[in-house]
Design a protein around this ligand. Structure first.
Ligand code: PEP
Ligand code: MG
Length: 318
């Protein structure tokens, strides 16, 4: 009977024994903010700011940016909003921020690397974020995409501080960043794992190629081990580590991620009720035990199978 009920989310993610896991929404453009707020998301775990400007030929002005960001911050007054600075390149190029003659754009000047190349645009964006945050009541966190080195993290955090943006973090999407999570999180206030790109770069499999779907799978034990390494760095530094890739929206995998030490999950808003429902049926220790089983698996299929076999509540929930 439980399986038939349309699920809603009460706004407080937790395991059966009360271990808190924030359940947040991914938001593309400002129009996505209202439905995410209505779904009771605890906040926005990934505001993809570049989605506001995908069809623009020229960079947006500071004023245009302030307007776009305020819309999202306004919907989430008194809640957390993690805004990602422009993530341009490869699968989501911005006309004004992309080097178009690269042979391997996924490995090119993209993500935070564009900010080093065009620092004025980062300065303008941070200025706009600070203005928008000052005008609204949301708790604004800022994060950089595609960070690969400790030096990049340090530079980004410093730029944010110069604009009064004190909660500055990084996305973990590149294996080197996952392995260096300790020193990175000694500088950055938080990390958010982008499992879409982390899987792409760990498995060397283009995330857009359907023919490589078996490799492009966040259940791959190699990917899970990098998630564990990131969480270990977070625990070492006492920093929160979230996941904002598609992996967070798969309920069984979400349980494993929590067991690996992830403290928040951000996903498309309509996935939140199912993730919340399964999490509520599992104790935190059980999440940890399942995570260990997944880490010991030798393939994605085996990881999935062993976790499902050891999660009897699945049959009940449907
Ligand atoms: C990711 O890579 O997992 C992520 C959340 O960022 P995007 O999908 O926008 O690249
Ligand atoms: Mg990404």
């Amino acid at each position: 009977a439980r399986a038939q009920q349309a699920r809603t989310f009460d706004g407080r993610g937790r395991t059966r024994d009360g271990h808190r896991v924030q359940l947040l929404a991914n938001v593309g453009d400002p129009a996505g903010a209202a439905p995410a707020a209505a779904a009771n998301a605890e906040g926005v775990g990934l505001f993809r700011s570049e989605f506001c400007f995908l069809d623009r030929q020229d960079p947006p002005t500071v004023e245009e940016q302030v307007t776009a960001y305020r819309t999202v911050f306004h919907e989430f007054a008194h809640r957390k909003v993690v805004i990602r600075t422009l993530d341009s390149g490869a699968d989501k190029p911005l006309h004004f921020l992309t080097v178009s003659d690269e042979e391997n754009p996924a490995l090119g000047v993209r993500g935070l690397r564009t900010a080093a190349r065009w620092p004025d645009l980062l300065e303008q964006q941070l200025d706009a974020i600070a203005q928008a945050a000052g005008a609204e009541e949301a708790e604004v966190w800022v994060m950089a995409p595609m960070v690969s080195t400790v030096g990049e993290a340090e530079w980004f955090v410093e730029r944010c501080r110069a604009h009064g943006l004190d909660v500055a973090g990084v996305m973990i999407e590149v294996p080197s960043a996952a392995l260096l999570a300790g020193p990175i999180l000694a500088r950055a206030a938080f990390a958010s794992i982008g499992t879409n790109d982390l899987t792409q770069y760990t498995m060397a499999a283009d995330r857009l190629l359907g023919s490589l779907a078996e490799l492009s799978d966040p259940w791959q034990p190699g990917v899970l081990q990098l998630v564990a390494a990131t969480c270990a760095g977070g625990a070492q530094q006492g920093r929160p580590v979230g996941v904002c890739g598609e992996a967070a929206s798969q309920p069984v995998l979400a349980v494993v991620l929590v067991g690996l030490g992830v403290t928040s999950l951000s996903m498309t808003a309509r996935a939140i009720p199912d993730v919340a429902a399964l999490l509520r049926e599992v104790d935190h220790d059980e999440c940890r035990r399942l995570a260990r089983l997944a880490l010991e698996a030798e393939s994605a299929a085996q990881a999935r199978a062993v976790v499902r076999q050891n999660l009897p509540v699945l049959a009940e929930l449907g």
